[in-house]
Every structure is written in structure tokens, then in C-alpha cells.
Design a binder for this molecule. Structure first.
Ligand code: ZN
Length: 402
């Protein structure tokens, strides 16, 4: 068997495509495979599908293919432009690559598989390619796969934001809480992000009226955005975000009080941690503080009581929250008086949890995937690339291969 014949079979090239010759360049460790087409070869029109179009002229194009062992391999191909009776002169499609890509399909598939597991910069080093070329592949496949997405069954969503890099810029994520996958990711964290999702939902056969439950934090942007875009959906305010607001009020009380009780300095951690997570010494210290009738200790009681809300039955929860609000409002602690107004105003969404049981903590799995996506996108500044990586890792997209 000749080397050209071997390569012909290995590349699975069929007539009229033919390996013409190959050259191995030792110093640069490159294998250059030259492919041509048989004289008189006929090709389908890439635009209308008309079969058996004759070649009009040809041009040489180059694709990078999978490595041949450790050697970088290029296909140099004499590709025809065909003459179609309907469409005129068109560049013929080739079976091993997408129209505008400089990589063969097999190499793209390898890059996509690696991208799920390795940072893109590491893949670039491994393949000896520029990372911008790899990002182009990732964006291309993600965009194509998203075009095929079907959101017609989506009925429960959770909204959350994540910082893109060092906390300066944000992306908003919309997650299907039942299928546990990211449906939509976009830059920003304002109400417009929800509006953008609504358009994306419709573009993927989803229906606004199908969306029955939404889970999110209490931020005005998401509240207003969802009320406008999904007026019929019932809203659950994520319990972890709500408890965080209570913790913030507690910490404000502590910071105010440490001006007269300097011994409170550095105790933030003791009050914010759940009692079960404290060491023996930390617990002792906390007990000591609590026995001093400090305002902070009072605030701490309120926080523990608020957390216990979520241990109530659905029937008891309404009265429990009402009592808690009355207690907090009358506590004389200004941060809690303010917080009570917020909680009272949004009590329906807080209590909705007892029926929907939705939380954004349910997205913890997805959040860890998003963190992984950030790590894999590190070293690249574009939010667009980060979003593509989020879809790749947490979107459960179907790329059309197993
Ligand atoms: Zn045509």
C-alpha cells in the first residue's frame, strides 16, 4: 500500500477527492497532506443542492487536521468552485470541514471535548494554536447548538447573577429548575436581562404563559423584570438570599454597637455562622457575648428565629412570619426595622417557598459549573466567551455528536 492510499483510507476520503501526495517536514515536525479532486469530478451545489455540478475553477485551501502522532498535520486541498445552473459560481462544500473553518471537523470535535475539561489557554498550548481560534470554534458550536434548542417544556425558572471577573461585571443566568441547565446567559443584572430572556424563550418555541414559577433574590431589577415579562408566574424569593439580608442587618447592628463595645471587633464571623459550625472556643465566646444583653445578641436572636421560619409547616408559616415581623419592628434595632418593611412587603414571595420549594441553592450544582466555566475562560477578557463557556458546560446542549 502506498502512503497516499493509506492516508486516503485514514481520512475516509471518497471520490472525487484524492490524496495526491504527502510531505513530512522533519525540522518543523509537520505533516503536509495534499488533496485534490479527479478531473471531471462533479459536486453538489452548496446553496441549492443541485447535484453533479461541474468544477469551474479551483483554489488551494488549508485545514488543520488532527495531529499525526506528535506531528501537526495540515490538509492542503485544491478545492473547486462549481458552476450551478441556478446559483452561478459557488465554492463547493467539503465533507471534512465547515465552510469557513480552518480546522477539520475532527479537530474541532477534539477541541470542543477538551474545552469541557481544560482551560482554553491550556488547550491552545497543547494544540499549538492561538486561543482566539479556539474561542471561535466554541462560539460557533454553541451558537449552532442553541439554535436547535427547544424551550417549549420550560415552566419553572430560577434567575441569578454571577460576577464575571473580580466582581466588576455581571452576567445574569436563567436556569431551568427542573432540567437543571442554563437556558440563557447575558451580560448585566438589570431588568433588561429578563426581557432579553423572554425574547430568547420565544425564539426557542417557549411560551410565556407556560412559565408558572420563578425563583430569584429580592433585587428590584429581577422583581420588576419578572413582574413585567412573566406577570402570571408565581414568584419565590430565594431563602438563602433572604437570610443573607437578615445577616446584613445583624452585621449593621454589630458594627454600630462595637463603637461603644470595642470587644465586638473581629466577632463578625461568630454571629454570621450557623451555631452548628462553630468550634468549641468560638461557641464559648459567642455565649459570653450573648450573656451581656448586647443589642447584637438581640439581633442574633432575630436571625436565628428568621432561619427557623423555614422549619415551619406551610400553615404555620404565615403567622410565624407575621410574629417575627412584629418582633423585629418593635426591637428598637434600626436595621431590622428597615428590613421588616422589605420582608413584609414581599412576604408572599417569601412564603411561596412553602409551596414551590424552589431555591437558588438548588442551582448550587450549576453554580459550581459556572465557577468551572470561569476557570476555563480565564485569561480571556470577553464576556461573550465566558457566556459561550457557560453554555458549553452548564447548558446541556446537544452538539450533534455522542
Ligand atoms: Zn445551486
Amino acid at each position: 500500500m502506498q502512503d497516499t492510499e493509506l492516508l486516503q483510507q485514514a481520512l475516509a476520503l471518497e471520490s472525487p477527492w484524492q490524496v495526491d501526495r504527502c510531505a513530512f517536514d522533519s525540522p518543523s515536525q509537520r505533516l503536509e497532506i495534499h488533496v485534490t479532486f479527479n478531473k471531471g469530478g462533479r459536486f453538489p451545489c452548496p446553496q441549492c443542492g443541485q447535484a453533479n455540478c461541474p468544477a469551474y475553477d479551483s483554489q488551494e485551501r488549508t485545514w488543520r487536521h488532527l495531529n499525526f502522532f506528535q506531528h501537526i498535520t495540515y490538509l492542503h486541498v485544491r478545492t473547486p468552485r462549481i458552476s450551478c445552473p441556478h446559483c452561478g459560481i459557488k465554492a463547493a462544500a467539503v465533507p471534512w470541514a465547515h465552510a469557513r473553518s480552518g480546522f477539520t471537523l475532527l479537530l474541532e470535535k477534539v477541541a470542543m471535548t477538551l474545552a469541557k475539561h481544560m482551560p482554553v489557554l491550556a488547550i491552545a498550548r497543547f494544540l499549538q494554536e492561538h486561543d482566539t481560534r479556539l474561542w471561535r470554534i466554541i462560539s460557533h458550536y454553541v451558537e449552532e447548538a442553541r439554535k436547535r434548542e427547544d424551550f417549549s417544556q420550560v415552566s419553572q425558572i430560577a434567575v441569578d447573577e454571577t460576577s464575571s471577573r473580580r466582581g466588576h461585571r455581571y452576567i445574569t443566568l436563567i436556569v431551568d429548575s427542573q432540567a437543571h441547565r442554563v437556558l440563557f446567559a447575558t451580560e448585566g443584572k438589570d431588568a433588561g436581562t429578563i426581557k432579553a430572556f423572554k425574547a430568547d424563550l420565544r425564539a426557542h418555541h417557549g411560551k410565556v404563559k407556560n412559565i408558572q414559577e420563578v425563583c430569584m433574590d429580592l433585587s428590584p431589577a429581577f422583581r420588576e423584570g419578572t413582574a413585567k415579562a412573566f406577570p402570571r408566574a408565581k414568584r419565590t424569593f430565594d431563602r438563602y438570599h433572604t437570610v443573607r439580608l437578615v445577616n446584613e442587618a445583624l452585621d449593621q447592628v454589630r458594627r454600630q454597637e462595637q463603637k461603644v463595645h470595642p470587644e465586638l471587633k473581629g466577632s463578625r464571623y461568630l454571629w454570621l455562622k450557623n451555631p452548628g459550625n462553630l468550634s468549641g472556643r468560638q461557641q464559648e465566646k459567642l455565649d459570653q457575648f450573648r450573656s451581656q444583653y448586647l443589642e447584637t445578641a438581640k439581633a442574633y436572636q432575630l436571625k436565628l428565629a428568621f432561619q427557623d421560619l423555614y422549619l415551619q409547616t406551610a400553615d404555620d408559616a404565615v403567622a410565624y412570619l407575621r410574629h417575627w415581623c412584629a418582633w423585629a419592628a418593635g426591637s428598637g434595632l434600626e436595621p431590622f426595622r428597615k428590613l421588616t418593611r422589605t420582608i413584609h412587603t414581599h412576604r408572599r414571595g417569601i412564603l411561596r417557598w412553602f409551596h414551590s420549594k424552589m431555591t437558588n441553592g438548588l442551582l448550587e450544582g450549576i453554580n459550581s459549573l459556572v465557577q468551572a466555566a470561569k476557570a476555563k475562560a480565564r485569561g480571556y477578557r470577553s464576556i461573550r466567551n465566558l457566556i459561550a463557556m457557560v453554555y458549553l458546560i452548564a447548558g446541556k446542549l446537544d452538539f450533534g455528536w455522542a
